[in-house]
Design a protein around this ligand. Sequence first.
Ligand SMILES: [Zn+2]
Length: 272
Amino acid sequence: MELRESVRKFMTPRELARIADRILETKKFWDYPGARNGLQISHGRPVKKIGWAVDGDLESIRKAGKAGVDFLVVHHGIFWGDSGLDRKLRARRIREAKRLGVAIYSSHLPLDAHPELGNSIGLLRALGLGDARRKPFGVAMGRAIGWKLDGGRWKRSELVRRCEGLRGKKVRRWEGVKVIPAGPAICRKIGVVTGGFGDLDQVVKAGLDTLVTGEVDYPTEVKARELGINLILAGHRETETFGVQALAEKLKSVVGGRGSEVRGQRTALLRC
Ligand SMILES: [Zn+2]
């Protein structure tokens, strides 16, 4: 056994992706058609450097290539949308990723939902709510991808302040936290779901007074005002950096744990 381990020097993107799929239980999830969870672009070489970005867009791919990343973990992969323009952009991303030798591993809902590495638990921790009593909340495609907190008292202004702290130092584009303060100033029942979660039916059904998420569309804002629910919108990207980072770190440790052959590997923390 030891011998087999010691002669195994490298891992290909396909092998690493299999490990990621196992960690995230990818097969257990339904997802939106554009998500295509798993390895989206591959190459046959051993992985030497793992990186992460929220979006698998051209800029992230180029930055990854420039940083020498040959296995890029993303949350929004390259297959969203199916218009002529979408297909054109996709072709360009694929061309560039292949040219630069960047494999792309994407995970959408499995990475939102994961109880340890996921976006929603990551956001809770970043907001200092990681230890609060919580239950699964926010069903998307049949499974809960977020959390609800009950039994505490949190100042809305303090929650907003903490959301403002999510902004990374190197992030250039950010519109700030948007608040629809239609609910109570002291929040007692909070839903936390990352990205663009705007399902107020679920919020009302769960009896929540506050929803923390990345963004919602305008009609949802109007409805929230009417319903007397606080919306704290901390940015789609800003609420979804946690999962990709945690997964990249985890994969790095998995690969690194295989022995000295991979000692040179490290995770590039890309902020795109
Ligand atoms: Zn998202």
